[in-house]
Design a protein around this ligand. Structure first.
Ligand SMILES: NC(=O)c1ccc[n+]([C@@H]2O[C@H](COP(=O)([O-])OP(=O)(O)OC[C@H]3O[C@@H](n4cnc5c(N)ncnc54)[C@H](OP(=O)(O)O)[C@@H]3O)[C@@H](O)[C@H]2O)c1
Length: 317
């Protein structure tokens, strides 16, 4: 991408979108185009057409999506499949119609088959049944990935797809009703320390293993891929190593300074025993993550502490 190229970042206020904007600015890109959800609803085809007709972006990072935790996915499956299908079809097709030079679509490691071999290779997609708790979301995301592949095949579009592992960092969702495991734990330990609680309860046995990528590393990888990857096969983005939930809990307990008891509520689900991406394809291109889990957790914890009042106020609204 030329440094003055017109680059549209969809979903620029989200965890991923905001990190992509930070990475592009850090790397000296000067012409970034953004719209809030209120300004441009990507499920509305006419609005998407009008936006592309007036702005004519050269590059597109499609990091807008309806995402949520297990509860939200189970409660609103129709919204998850409709909105994510509509966002993908509207943006990918209109990008083709207006001659976008390159588009990057985002999938997620939770759309791989629930019981596939570990570590997970790109080729394992669509080789087994999906995790039921987020099936609606997964089907819509898989359709988006396949669209980039078939628009490349039929029209020669340089559209690519990235498949990130679990992400965490600044601007994450810290709402305990529907957040992912790291923001939930960071908040629980912070509040336990602040309120002198005797114990913190963690879901499950603590034995599942998970891979986590710091959000600014992900954004760095996505800009790298936009500049160095061109293929119909989606590409995994991760760190290539995982930790047990128990090890993760211990790291966060230490960072928060909480000295009380940690209780594992084994009546709660563990989810899949392990989910680790095979990142050899990405690493063979020369990319490596820069932020260790320990350092990333410290940065995410400090960001949450600095924005705690804002986070709580937003939930009360
Ligand atoms: N978070 C993770 O751990 C993770 C892991 C792997 C992959 N990913 C992928 O990364 C992408 C972004 O996820 P995220 O975690 O950054 O989610 P997020 O923080 O919820 O951000 C999504 C953004 O999209 C916007 N958006 C949603 N629906 C829209 C619509 N109809 N029109 C316009 N904007 C809309 C949202 O705006 P509003 O908030 O105003 O609605 C929000 O700013 C997703 O494709 C997801 O699959 C995420």
């Amino acid at each position: 991408m030329e440094k003055n190229a017109k680059i549209y970042v969809a979903g620029h206020r989200g965890l991923v979108g905001s990190a992509i904007v930070r990475a592009l600015e850090r790397e000296g890109y000067t012409h970034i185009v953004v719209r809030t959800h209120q300004e441009l609803d990507l499920t509305k085809q006419a609005e998407v057409e009008a936006f592309f007709a007036s702005e004519r972006p050269e590059y597109v990072f499609l990091s807008a999506a309806k995402v949520g935790g297990i509860l939200a996915n189970a409660t609103y499956p129709a919204d998850f499949i409709y909105q994510n299908l509509a966002i993908a079809t509207n943006v990918i097709h209109t990008a083709y119609t207006y001659g976008v030079k390159k588009l990057l679509f985002l999938g997620s490691s939770c759309i791989y088959p629930k019981l596939c071999p570990q570590p997970i290779k790109e080729e394992y997609l669509l080789t087994g049944s999906l995790e039921v708790t987020n099936e609606a979301y997964a089907v819509a995301k898989i359709a988006g990935l396949e669209m980039t592949k078939f628009y490349r095949q039929q029209y020669g579009c340089d559209f690519i797809s990235a498949m990130p592992t679990n992400l965490y960092g600044p601007h994450d969702n810290f709402d305990l009703q529907n957040s992912h495991v790291i923001p939930a734990l960071l908040r629980k330990f912070y509040e336990a320390k602040k309120n002198n609680q005797r114990s913190v309860t963690v879901w499950g046995t603590g034995s599942p293993r998970r891979e986590f990528l710091y959000i600014d590393d992900l954004a760095d990888a996505l800009v790298f891929l936009m500049n160095h990857y061109s293929d119909g096969l989606h590409i995994n983005v991760g760190v290539g190593e995982d930790v047990s939930i128990r090890e993760l809990v211990e790291m966060i307990r230490r960072i928060s300074g909480f000295e009380g008891e940690v209780i594992y509520d084994t009546s709660k689900p563990d989810g899949t025993p392990r989910k680790l991406l095979d990142v050899s394809r990405l690493f063979s291109l020369g990319w490596r993550p820069k932020v260790s889990l320990e350092e990333g957790l410290r940065l995410a914890y400090q960001w949450m502490v600095d924005h705690y009042d804002e986070i709580v106020a937003r939930e009360k609204r």
